[in-house]
Design a protein around this ligand. Structure first.
Ligand SMILES: Cc1cc2nc3c(=O)[nH]c(=O)nc-3n(C[C@H](O)[C@H](O)[C@H](O)COP(=O)(O)O)c2cc1C
Length: 201
């Protein structure tokens, strides 16, 4: 008689761990975050992951401001100022400005994506922006690995020169917000490789 035993899963290879984190990362709406603060050591590990992004000539064209706790009230005021200075039809509405202030409090942690291109950089702007985008993706993946939900937010207020000036940044590529997920993240989809890849062999 053959004894039936549960199949032993193969050891998870390092590649599989990374691939799973990449596949698991989802853009999560701010309404689906829990209010619990993100521990400082977790935020530091996420930021460190950001700084390990590829950067042509190691220009490291990024600065990050991390807003947590009561500092998010300041961030909300900045969002409201940027909204008031923007072109939305309701930019004079007190309710719309209050919504901007409230938005900052809905996520436990915000990380600005500030583009600081060194004056000595000899690379085109797109390469510096790409480096910051790589840093952003590293942080989104690190957050996912810590079980956090996140989103890269780049709406008008998030990239406004008013917001950038308030942070002392020459330019902004938006913010990442983070928090514990309140439930399952909605799934996403991608076109199959066959639509996007040409194999030249
Ligand atoms: C540069 C950049 C900016 C983005 N800005 C926003 C944004 O402002 N608001 C938003 O809801 N999602 C934003 N996203 C996230 C996309 O909407 C999201 O990646 C897409 O819907 C696919 O969902 P997924 O990330 O869960 O696969 C941004 C993504 C990138 C790469």
């Amino acid at each position: 008689m053959i004894e039936s035993t549960a199949p032993v899963p193969p050891p998870l290879s390092e590649a599989q761990v990374v691939l799973d984190v990449i596949r698991r990362r989802r853009t999560v709406d701010i309404a689906l975050l829990r209010p619990d603060p993100v521990p400082r050591r977790v935020l530091e590990a996420i930021l460190a992951a950001g700084t390990w992004a590829p950067t042509h000539g190691r220009t490291q064209p990024w600065r990050f401001t991390v807003f947590t706790g009561a500092a998010r009230e300041r961030l909300g005021n900045i969002f409201a100022q940027a909204y008031a200075a923007g072109s939305a039809p309701d930019r004079d509405s007190e309710a719309a400005l209050a919504a901007q202030r409230a938005r900052a409090l809905k996520a436990p942690a915000w990380i600005s994506l500030e583009l600081h291109v060194p004056a000595t950089s000899k690379f085109p702007l797109w390469e510096e922006q790409a480096a910051l985008a790589c840093a952003a993706q590293n942080m989104l993946l690190a957050a996912t690995a810590f079980g956090l939900a996140s989103k890269w937010a780049s709406g008008a207020v998030m990239i406004s020169p008013v917001t950038a000036a308030a942070l002392g940044a020459p330019a902004l590529m938006g913010f990442i917000y983070l928090g514990s997920p309140a439930g399952e993240a909605p799934d996403s989809s991608r076109a199959p490789l066959s639509e996007k890849v040409t194999w030249a062999e």
